[in-house]
Design a protein around this ligand. Structure first.
Ligand SMILES: C[S@@+](CC[C@H](N)C(=O)[O-])C[C@H]1O[C@@H](n2cnc3c(N)ncnc32)[C@H](O)[C@@H]1O
Length: 248
């Protein structure tokens, strides 16, 4: 299998940009935004970082709501577009696995929104984010639920299902297989992603110097008549939210 290296490859960033503007992504964004907003500081002047901001949809929404949000990403392409379209948002190219150029103990909240599975070195990235989080500041982590999301969970429709126009159902492959074997997978046949278990996400954050404060399953409150992201999120908690506090 040929893997494109990372989001710095335009094939990968274009594929993600396309997904990010899809109706499924809008459904997901609305749920993520609603959940993340609950955990942001009431004082909007406190600095927030959208780390691994991608196309910058979340930074844009937070900025519109008056939060002092900065954004960073590995992809020069995403950052260039964000700077062009939203010059009011301080945005920079950054690899989370390298030393970050922000001041230590600076951000009241660091948001890592659906980025964990893209990080080759999760532990090191969380350590670097911990350094720039202020004491008692938060790491807001949303992740694709490893128990139900790709590569363990795959929405499939068999021959009978296709003949009867049934909607796909979620098939679960061996979770332990992915934990013990190949970690790297191609999401949507294009985007490289790493399989981490839920304990690995939690342990990496604890070892980086955070404490777990909150844990929520993100689900859609209403069903959908179509087979779309809302249909999936109504049936399974496909996304998890974990909020950590930096240890003092
Ligand atoms: C699945 S996208 C999510 C983007 C955005 N947070 C969102 O919710 O749409 C993952 C993002 O992480 C970025 N990324 C991957 N590895 C990174 C790294 N080592 N440092 C910084 N960003 C990284 C990618 O460029 C991509 O924009």
């Amino acid at each position: 299998m040929k893997y494109s290296p990372t989001y710095v490859d335009s094939v990968v960033s274009d594929a993600f940009r396309k997904y990010s503007s899809s109706s499924d992504a809008q459904i997901e964004h609305a749920l993520l935004q609603e959940t993340i907003l609950k955990f942001l500081p009431s004082d909007k002047t406190l600095p927030i970082l959208d780390a691994g901001c991608g196309t910058g949809w979340l930074a844009r929404e937070l900025s519109r709501r008056g939060y002092a949000v900065s954004a960073c990403d590995l992809s020069p392409d995403f950052i260039a577009t964000l700077k062009k379209n939203f010059p009011q948002i301080p945005a920079s190219i950054a690899d989370l696995s390298q030393n970050l150029s922000y001041s230590p103990n600076y951000f009241a909240s660091v948001i890592l929104n659906m980025v964990g599975h893209d990080l080759k070195d999760l532990s090191l990235s969380l350590k670097n984010l911990q350094i720039i989080t202020r004491f008692d500041g938060k790491l807001i982590l949303t992740i694709a639920n490893p128990y139900y999301s790709y590569p363990v969970g795959r929405w499939k429709r068999g021959l009978l299902g296709r003949l009867l126009f049934r909607k796909p159902i979620l098939k679960l492959l061996s979770y332990n297989f992915f934990q013990k074997n190949e970690r790297l997978h191609l999401w949507n046949k294009t985007i490289p992603s790493y399989f981490y278990t839920l304990p690995e996400y939690i342990q990496s954050a604890l070892k980086a110097g955070y404490s777990l404060e909150n844990f929520e399953e993100i689900t859609a409150p209403n069903d959908s008549s179509k087979f779309d992201r809302q249909y999936q999120l109504y049936r399974f908690p496909m996304i998890l939210l974990l909020v950590f506090k930096k240890n003092s």
